[in-house]
Design a protein around this ligand. Structure first.
Ligand SMILES: Cc1cc2nc3c(=O)[nH]c(=O)nc-3n(C[C@H](O)[C@H](O)[C@H](O)COP(=O)(O)OP(=O)(O)OC[C@H]3O[C@@H](n4cnc5c(N)ncnc54)[C@H](O)[C@@H]3O)c2cc1C
Length: 408
């Protein structure tokens, strides 16, 4: 869900009859074009399609599904047609999502380009940048990474020190980023650089460059889960042509904040996107039922019921936030609230999954535990309350900007 992505204006297409016809067409098209394999819940990271120059599809069905959806502009349904979207209104996009959910269709493409850079380019990019980058994002041809955090600039991001020196028609970038997710697999990076050392926030610019440029190198960071999804990223005299500056020189902080709001919405909806089987069903399959057909473990039953009620309430809250955004009444700090609660909810989901599968899930390398899949995902969720801004920082934002509590 992208709450504040610029969308096509509400039109007659949003009338009740038109929406009903759109729903019927959409359902028929999805039934005809979504391969049966793409209607199964995702069970591992291999099921996620990230696209990119060096994409390796896990199956012909995954490739076919991406091509079908991209061909219709439905990987980015609300983006204008000229930029690879379908120009749908946000109500039509909601119908599309509902119909995809009803058929259990997987998301055809996971992409930092779609979730983060695209919305920022639509708002701050010039026409040449939009035409160059957005269609490739929509088709999954270029994979992006995010160069924000540095060893001494995380929560206090505006302390970043990576320098971009002006050489007339280009910049030369030097410095280091850290925690750059998938930097070693990305084709391009959107990156915050310091272009003026005399101002903290007003000395930052937002630039784009190819990760294959001379002077870019990455070093993977190994995680507790045994995986290594992110890297340290180093820039040594990297040439960045000025046409790759997004927005105004030294005003990159505005682009950065706008993009962060989209990142936070994306992380907030992480449990929702997983499109896994409902947790109660998974528990029943693993633990069994009592004579009256209820989950055999009464303690777990109560915890799952509480979780599912909170999850349903959160889903409604996200819908409400989407409706408010469409009506241009959303609070600008709403993304912090959604990010905080969505991250905590996803952590709870995986605590419950560990309780359901018990000590079997802790086996790191066995067929029975699918090579520790549940435990690895459980460990990964610990990072949900850090990535995209920590829970503490989100709570600070909610207290100051939404609740208007006095600062410390
Ligand atoms: C899985 C994952 C993926 C990531 N991917 C990327 C990526 O692709 N690109 C990228 O640029 N970055 C990425 N990050 C980095 C992420 O944005 C930072 O980790 C995050 O912003 C926190 O910064 P930090 O790690 O430097 O922690 P710090 O800022 O040093 O914070 C340390 C602790 O102090 C607390 N704290 C700090 N300031 C305050 C305050 N004012 N009030 C209360 N508590 C505070 C924090 O909550 C935290 O508990 C990723 C991180 C993770 C975990």
């Amino acid at each position: 869900m992208a709450l504040a992505t610029p969308t096509a204006p509400a039109s007659t297409a949003d009338g009740p009859d038109e929406l009903a016809a759109f729903r019927a067409d959409t359902r028929a098209w999805l039934q005809a074009h979504c391969p049966p394999e793409m209607r199964q819940p995702m069970t591992s990271e291999d099921d996620v399609c990230w696209g990119g120059r060096h994409v390796k599809f896990s199956s012909p069905a995954q490739q076919q599904w991406l091509q079908a959806m991209a061909g219709r502009g439905w990987t980015v349904p609300t983006w204008p047609v000229a930029y690879g979207g379908a120009g749908l209104s946000s109500l039509q996009a909601k119908v599309l999502l509902q119909e995809m959910r009803a058929l259990n269709c997987r998301s055809p493409l996971s992409s930092f380009g779609i979730w983060m850079l695209g919305p920022a380019l639509l708002k701050f990019g010039n026409e040449a940048q939009k035409l160059d980058h957005l269609p490739k994002i929509a088709r999954g041809e270029i994979r992006w990474c995010q160069g924000y955090s540095e060893p001494n600039a995380g929560s206090d991001l505006a302390s970043l020190a990576t320098r971009a020196e002006d050489h007339g028609d280009h910049f030369t970038v030097n410095g280091q980023k850290i925690w750059t997710s998938y930097a070693d697999q990305a084709d391009w990076i959107f990156c915050l650089v310091r272009t003026d050392t005399s101002h903290k926030h007003n000395g930052i610019s937002f630039v784009l460059f190819d990760m294959a440029s001379a002077g870019v190198s990455t070093r993977p960071i190994l995680l507790i889960s045994g995986k290594s999804p992110f890297c340290e990223t180093f820039f040594d005299n990297v040439r960045v042509d000025k046409c790759n500056l997004v927005g105004t020189l030294n005003a990159g902080w505005d682009v950065a904040k706008y993009l962060l709001a989209h990142e936070r919405e994306m992380i907030g909806s992480i449990g929702d996107r997983a499109a896994a089987k409902p947790i109660g069903q998974q528990a029943a399959a693993a633990i069994g039922k009592d004579t009256s057909g209820r989950l055999a473990d009464p303690l777990l039953r109560a915890q799952i019921a509480e979780f599912e009620a909170d999850e349903a309430a959160f889903r409604l809250t996200m819908e409400r936030a989407g409706d408010l955004a469409r009506a241009k009444q959303a609070h600008p700090a709403m993304s912090s609230m959604l990010k905080y609660y969505g991250a905590e909810l996803n952590k709870r989901r995986w605590e419950l999954m560990m309780a359901i599968y018990g000590s079997d899930a802790l086996e790191w390398d066995s067929e029975r535990s699918k090579h520790g899949d549940t435990a690895r995902t459980w460990l990964r969720t610990k990072a949900n309350s850090i990535e995209g801004g920590t829970s503490e920082v989100q709570l600070n934002i909610v207290s100051k900007r939404i609740l208007e509590l006095p600062g410390a």
